[in-house]
Design a protein around this ligand. Structure first.
Ligand code: SF4
Ligand code: SF4
Length: 83
């Protein structure tokens, strides 16, 4: 749980596929009218890149991401994020 790390959607890139909403097991997203909405940033797991890794449009970055690979597992349990 961290407010220091949460996804930010680049709405210009997002193709509204809904994959991130379906993928995240932590209730961070809700499907909005068209684009996903980050409704629960506190639920995002610091260091997890799961939704970014499955986004087909490279539309997801993270507040708090300094570009460094997190050491070890983020422990999110999502899979697909390389931990
Ligand atoms: S980074 Fe992980 S925990 Fe955070 S919104 Fe994406 S899939 Fe969910
Ligand atoms: S996975 Fe990427 S393209 Fe698909 S809805 Fe989410 S941000 Fe948009």
């Amino acid at each position: 749980m961290s407010k220091n790390w949460y996804p930010v959607i680049n709405e210009d890139n997002c193709i509204e596929c809904g994959s991130c909403v379906n993928y995240c097991k932590h209730g961070v997203y809700e499907k909005g009218q068209d684009k996903p909405v980050v409704v629960n940033p506190e639920g995002c797991i610091e260091g997890c890149h799961g939704c970014q890794s499955i986004c087909p449009a490279e539309a997801i970055t993270y507040f708090g991401d300094n570009g460094e690979k997190p050491s070890g597992s983020c422990g999110c349990g999502c899979g697909g994020c390389g931990c």
